[in-house]
Design a protein around this ligand. Structure first.
Ligand code: HEC
Length: 121
């Protein structure tokens, strides 16, 4: 009986490892929703340091958009920052939310010609 339990455990571990092995080492950025990301970027306070348009500020935090670092590195940094930035674990910002925030910063800052108020009449 004991042997059966051990054997079951090994099978379970092996299948877990197989699931893990299926995930490619460098994943392409998941497709996020920039509109949802905009709300999350505000509610999580990213804007307080990185600016409302992710444009950054020399005083509080670097520019994030429109060409952020690769998604994997972005996500890792937000989860485990090494400098002044506070960490956001996966309990706070889910992977889906991370993808949405990433989509938002990729779409920012909005170029001046796309701001209706700044358009020539
Ligand atoms: C309290 C200020 C603060 C907040 C809030 C903050 N950051 Fe940061 N962030 C920083 C600073 C400062 C850096 C520069 C490195 C450092 O000191 O950690 C940084 C670095 C980063 C980097 C690495 C940029 C690069 O090019 O290497 C990413 C990505 C990032 N922040 C994303 C976010 C996101 C997304 C949020 C919201 C979920 C957020 N940050 C909230 C201050 C902040």
């Amino acid at each position: 009986m004991k042997i059966h339990i051990v054997a079951l455990g090994i099978v379970a571990l092996a299948s877990l490892a197989a699931v893990g092995a299926q995930a490619p080492a460098t994943q392409a950025a998941p497709v996020g929703n920039a509109e949802a990301g905009k709300k999350l970027y505000e509610s999580y306070g990213c804007y307080q340091c990185h600016g409302r348009e992710a444009q950054g500020s020399s005083a509080t935090g670097p520019r994030l958009g429109p060409k952020p670092i690769a998604f994997t590195a972005f996500s890792q940094y937000v989860r485990r920052p090494t400098g002044q930035m506070p960490p956001y674990t996966s309990k706070v910002v889910s992977d889906t939310e991370m993808a949405d925030i990433y989509a938002f910063v990729q779409a920012r800052p909005v170029p001046a010609q796309n701001v209706p108020l700044l358009r020539e009449p």
